[in-house]
Design a protein around this ligand. Sequence first.
Ligand code: NDP
Length: 239
Amino acid sequence: MTGASRGIGAAVARELAATGRPVIVGFRQDETAAKQTVADIERAGGTALACRADVTEADGVEALFRTAEEAYGRVLVLVNNAGIRADQVFAAMEPSDWHAVLDTNLSAVYRTMHRALPVMSRARFGRIVNIGSVLGSRSLPGVANYAAAKAGLEGLTRSVAVEVARRGITVNTVAPGLVETELVADVEFLRRSARTAIPARRAAQPAEIASCVRFLAAPEAGYLTGTTITVDGGLSAAA
Ligand code: NDP
């Protein structure tokens, strides 16, 4: 999986490893955190390997899959979790902020799914879970790049899902609301909104997103495809 060194990705890696599957813990730069995630998994009796894999580069994606295939065989479950923010009001948004967020949060998923699907098609089985956001369907000032990427991700997910459903492959989006991770550590106003706008009156813990991914990645979830599961403490329902 991509972006598994910390936050939601690390929680998903731990959750999937707990089902007995070997997990590749992909990361971009934080090798220490990735190795800590692997150590946590091994301490709990699971199997995992860390792999430096920048998903904005074709070589990074190839490294992720090669590492998985050489260590554990074909990849039949893919979780696209890597994501970044570069918030700015649209009028002041530099092309570099636009492209970095679109590349990491959307184009990278094109790259990984393109690499994964031929193998899943031959196996007549596959599970792809893409981590979106409630900002794929609603918005805040300053997140045009992020919202565009996450909305695009949902469209990409739906389109690929209908193309591959007949081959036993499911493709879904999990759209979290506010989750306690480093990604949102700097946004105090979101924390305040958690206490008022979110019906659950709190942010989610990463494990609460991971349990939903675990469900979608399971063999039993074979008829659930092309959809978005929102995990937001009731935020969208109350809007
Ligand atoms: P974190 O910032 O805590 O972790 C981000 C992860 O993505 C890290 O493992 C990081 O690796 C990795 N990553 C970033 N860029 C790249 C890249 N180019 N290539 C490979 N890996 C990369 O974020 P969260 O856990 O909060 O977010 C995970 C996902 O959940 C994202 O897609 C985010 O958009 C989404 N999300 C988060 C919400 C929240 O409130 N936290 C709400 C809604 C959605 P490294 O450590 O090496 O930098």
